[in-house]
Ligand binder design. Structure first.
Ligand code: ZN
Length: 534
């Protein structure tokens, strides 16, 4: 019985760990429905900018974009606005949003594990179709290179100190570049390492701002346009991905050629940037975009503005209908899959309970109050301990973006396993009869696993299978992997615990010397007690 349970616990650990690891990659959609359709392209309005420099300061939240010398100077000469990022507020998905006008829910690019080229129409496609060149400069991750590498005429990527500045200079010195996409990563790195409310984060924002100031000397804002924004913000503790204001609100600063300095911009989203950049360069908006051209900031005559607005209406309506259509089709399938999974789970539960009852009757399981008191709360404790380690509110932002969650999760797993072994050992202490001890150990693991398994299994069933055309909400998006990891941790602990118990059982049963030594020790203790009493 103990051997069978060890194998079951080991298998549960592997399954749960596998599910936790597969979770983020599975949120991505390899072939988004929108990319299957022809892009909706309109006749462009006249070009009003020689080149557009689009700076995406990775992870710069709105509040920390103020009080920066270069950004504030640009604000004074141009447009000072707030843009809303899109859920999940993660880097690569929103880098893609900015250059395509398609939000992550529709593009299927939901996290940084997305690495394959995507067939969604982009600003770079439009620029290239017009015979112009687009260039990309990055220093932390060649994020857009993975997704749209072939669409750029040149790519600069280097992590060494000074690489970003040097690459920016080279890209700006080349007069054939009409679109420059610059993504400095320093602010985001500081946010993850030290939190959004830290001196290091503010210093990084200051550094990137100063660097931008130097590069701007190479631009002539009479002819060129600069747009500065961010893909997402950061929580005070460091992290993003969820729907908190502090991670969704980012700066949107526009200045230079083609931008009216007297305009007021009410509300903007990151999806609006691509159509606006396209209008500045006199190319059609990317044809899968769901965003609007920010016409109120453009220096164009009224009839051109009306033409852009009319084209936007057609494009947005068409693409929204296409997405709704794919959503409806997928919902029908998901309902069927969920039903099948729930039936499977109910069957497994009945089997598990039957096995439990049978083994109890056969004497292989010994369930008493001590076993239940330890086994039942073990998993919930594991689970809440885990959320505490993640250290934030119940939001996708707690699951960090840079792979650091894995190290904090495994650290947690180690501690939880240790605590579980200790609790199990305490529960079994003093059981002299070996058979009884092993039967109690079996009961501890069997009941514990049954309790642990149910919430994770229900989440697995109701969440459906890939492709996830719909994304779970920020809270659920965290609950799912957190449950998987907690089950994995609990099952690993159980496997080790039972293996030790089996070793104890055989060592003691086979080796009479161990029993003898125990008896001698007990006798010595008794003797000392008697001596003290006299
Ligand atoms: Zn980012």
């Amino acid at each position: 019985m103990a051997l069978v349970l060890t194998v079951v616990a080991g298998a549960v650990a592997l399954l749960a760990w596998g599910a936790a690891r597969a979770y983020l990659p599975e949120l991505n959609i390899r072939k988004p429905a929108i990319a299957e359709y022809e892009p909706v392209l309109a006749t462009p309005t006249p070009r009003i900018s020689r080149r557009v420099v689009l700076v995406i300061i990775d992870g710069l939240r709105l509040q920390d974009s103020f009080g920066r010398e270069t950004l504030d100077r640009l604000r004074r000469t141009g447009i000072d606005a707030i843009a809303t990022s899109h859920y999940p507020s993660i880097s690569r998905p929103n880098h893609a949003t900015i250059v395509t006008g398609v939000p992550p829910l529709v593009s299927g690019i939901r996290n940084n594990t997305y690495r394959s080229p995507v067939a969604i129409d982009s600003l770079m496609d439009r620029v290239r179709a017009a015979g112009l060149h687009a260039t990309y400069v990055a220093d932390d991750s060649p994020s857009l290179g993975y997704l749209f590498g072939d669409d750029f005429s040149s790519l600069y990527y280097g992590r060494w100190p000074g690489a970003f500045e040097k690459s920016t200079q080279l890209a700006m010195a080349d007069p054939t570049n009409s679109l420059l996409v610059l993504i400095p990563g320093k602010v985001d790195i500081a946010g993850h390492e030290h939190g959004g409310d830290s001196d290091e984060y503010r210093q990084a924002a200051h550094d990137v701002d100063a660097q931008l100031g130097k590069s701007l000397r190479l631009l002539d804002l009479q002819a060129d346009t600069i747009i500065v924004t961010a893909d997402h913000g950061h929580t005070d503790a460091g992290g993003h991905g969820g729907e908190e204001d502090v991670v969704l609100q980012v700066p949107l600063i526009m200045a230079g050629a083609g931008i009216r300095s007297d305009a007021l911009l009410g509300s903007a989203e990151l999806i609006d940037i691509a159509p606006t950049v396209a209008a500045l360069l006199g190319v059609p908006a990317p044809g899968h975009a769901l965003g609007r051209t920010l016409t109120e900031v453009l220096e164009l005559p009224p009839q051109q503005i009306r033409a852009l607005q009319a084209a936007d209406r057609v494009r947005i309506r068409t693409n929204a209908e296409r997405y709704e259509e794919s959503l409806r089709a997928r919902r029908v399938e998901t309902t069927k899959e969920t039903r099948a999974r729930l039936i499977l789970l109910a069957g497994l539960l009945v089997l598990g309970l039957a096995a439990l009852a049978l083994s109890r009757r056969a004497g292989a399981l010994h369930i008493d109050w001590r076993v239940l008191v330890i086994a039942v709360p073990a998993y919930p404790l594991c689970y809440y301990g885990l959320l505490d380690v993640l250290g934030q509110s119940l939001s996708f932002s707690a699951l960090q973006d840079r792979g650091s969650e894995m190290s904090s999760l495994s650290r947690f797993g180690l501690v939880a396993t240790g605590v579980q072994l200790l609790a199990g050992w305490l529960a079994l202490r003093g059981r002299i009869v070996l058979r009884d001890r092993l039967a109690s150990a079996n009961a501890l693991v069997a009941t514990g696993l049954l309790v642990a398994w149910i919430p994770a299994a229900l989440l697995w069933a109701s969440f459906g299978t890939a492709p996830h055309v719909e994304m779970p909400s920020s809270r659920v998006a965290l609950l799912i992997p957190a449950n998987y990891v907690a089950v994995a941790t609990y099952a690993i602990g159980s496997t080790i615990f039972l293996t030790l118990e089996i070793v104890v059982f055989f060592a003691r049963a086979v080796d009479p010397r161990i029993r003898l030594r125990r008896l001698e020790r007990a006798a010595a203790k008794e003797r000392r007690r008697l001596e003290k009493g006299e």
